[in-house]
Design a protein around this ligand. Structure first.
Ligand code: MF3
Ligand code: CO
Ligand code: CO
Length: 274
């Protein structure tokens, strides 16, 4: 598919708006993400906020890449050993669960914003907390190397290095992606790689960084619903996602909001983030 390099100011503004709105859906649903709520209820809350308040369209709803059935809900809810693309259902969240909520909106002008966060329910284990924290750091370490002239492999390397030092594994079957007026487009943003390898980053590119990190082995298993992806060894998996813009001097994180968690300590002052 086509590569997303935006040069027109109206496109940058459109992507900024899409990113902000996606992030605001997470801000809106966050207080509801607690023990006793079903993932289907979280889907309903997000869907109604997008439709009635934002006037955005939930990109996942009826999304159907080649070889897939249409995705039946408006957000993805991936609990514990679910790596990604969990389908909201009557499953009730309980203390100790970790859940990823992944939101993609389409604005009235046709721009996509894509972002996800982990939520810890009640009292999660030390391991679960550490996995979520390391994965968050991985995403931000990847973001931190983004600037014109850097390579895609620099992003993958930063993420892989941090995850593997912590004893975790990186899911390879799914990756970040170019995004713009299309949901998924080139380039693919691998969450592993080698420094100096891969495509060069250009000012105006917009793409996601969304590492999926497993506490155990990297192998995956897709459920009969054709969407839900789990760890084969049933170990916990975590994911965070931001949509970013390559600026003249570095990176602008388009899906950061006032209520996004702060930039991790190990990343602060490493780079020129807006
Ligand atoms: N939001 C996911 C991503 O980050 C894609 C979800 S596709 C769906 O790319 F159909 F499962 F919703
Ligand atoms: Co997403
Ligand atoms: Co994405």
């Amino acid at each position: 598919g086509m590569n997303s390099v935006f040069t027109a100011e109206k496109d940058i503004l459109g992507m900024r708006e899409a990113g902000r709105l996606a992030s605001e859906v997470l801000d809106h649903v966050a207080p509801h993400v607690k023990a006793g709520v079903s993932t289907g209820e979280l889907d309903r809350i997000c869907h109604e906020y997008m439709r009635d308040v934002q006037k955005t369209i939930p990109a996942p709803l009826n999304y159907q890449p080649p070889g897939y059935p249409p995705f039946p809900k408006s957000i993805c809810t991936s609990v514990n050993d679910v790596i990604c693309h969990g389908i909201p259902s009557d499953r009730i969240l309980k203390s100790g669960d970790i859940v990823n909520l992944d939101i993609t909106v389409i604005t009235e002008d046709g721009f996509y914003g894509d972002t996800s966060r982990m939520f810890l329910i009640g009292e999660p284990s030390i391991l679960a907390k550490r996995l979520c924290q390391i994965t968050y750091e991985c995403m931000w370490l990847g973001i931190a190397v983004v600037k014109p002239g850097a390579r895609l492999g620099d992003i993958g390397f930063a993420i892989q290095n941090h995850a593997e030092k912590a004893g975790y594994s990186i899911v390879r079957e799914y990756c970040g992606h170019g995004i713009g007026k299309v949901f998924h487009q080139d380039p693919q943003i691998l969450h592993y790689g080698r420094q100096g390898q891969g495509e060069e980053l250009l000012e105006g590119m917009t793409f996601t960084i969304e590492p999926m990190i497993n506490a155990g082995r990297r192998d995956i298993r897709t459920m009969p619903d054709m969407w839900t992806v789990k760890t084969k060894d049933r170990s916990l998996s975590a994911q965070w996602e931001h949509t970013v813009l390559v600026t003249a001097t570095g990176v602008e994180v388009l899906t950061k909001s006032d209520r996004s968690p702060p930039i991790p300590e190990i990343v602060v002052n490493k780079f020129n983030v807006i």
